[in-house]
Write a protein that binds this ligand. Structure first.
Ligand SMILES: [Zn+2]
Length: 205
């Protein structure tokens, strides 16, 4: 069970997390979690380039070690990166010290003050420690591209319907998401470019 649109009351419970960017401009913030991936990340980068779009990649430290050239390409093409732990740990199921150590290990590979907890699951203690050095980035539109029961057309319709000015939108450059992400991304870029939107990388302090 997951929600496509983050409800206001969930944002209100965690006001120090960043859920969306307040703006009147036609700007969207695409984010891609769980890469770098050998084939999916280059696909994403190629699509973004066609629209002069920038995005933010929340990388798994272990995947950066596996695919350093793709990680370098993300940076070279002007996108932002964020820390998504080294081993994609679930904060609710991981001891605090182990969780923080895993983030520190990832930080040796990923130079960023942006952090997104895998599964969006993090305890208050963990977030209080991380917040000293990083901004915790959540989202207001979850594409559901990881949901293998979701039709690609439905995934696209959800994202087009819920994305508003300043939305932070989650996709995944992972094998599991491929069918939906590869269908949605080019169509989303085309749709919102036609509507006069720009796509920017996150830069928050
Ligand atoms: Zn993840």
């Amino acid at each position: 069970m997951y929600l496509i649109k983050t409800p206001w009351w969930l944002r209100a419970l965690y006001p120090s997390f960043i859920w969306k960017i307040n703006t009147n401009q036609k700007v969207l913030y695409l984010t891609f979690d769980d890469g770098p991936h050998a084939t999916e990340t280059p696909f994403v980068l190629d699509q973004l380039k066609r629209y002069d779009a920038k995005a933010t990649f929340f990388c798994i430290g272990n995947n950066v070690v596996q695919h350093p050239n793709i990680y370098d390409r993300i940076l070279a093409e002007g996108h932002a990166v964020g820390n998504h732990t080294f081993n994609h740990l679930n904060g609710w199921k991981t001891k605090d010290e182990e969780y923080i150590n895993d983030i520190d290990k990832a930080a040796k590979e990923i130079d960023s003050t942006l952090f997104r907890p895998p599964y969006g699951r993090i305890t208050r203690f963990q977030s209080s420690v991380i917040s000293r050095q990083s901004s915790i980035i959540m989202w207001d539109v979850l594409s559901g591209d990881f949901d293998t029961d979701l039709q690609p057309q439905r995934c696209l319709a959800n994202v087009l319907y819920h994305s508003k000015k300043g939305s932070i939108i989650v996709f995944h450059d992972s094998s599991k998401a491929w069918e939906r992400m590869s269908y949605c991304l080019p169509r989303l870029l085309e749709h919102f470019t036609q509507e006069g939107y720009q796509f920017k990388a996150l830069s928050v302090q």
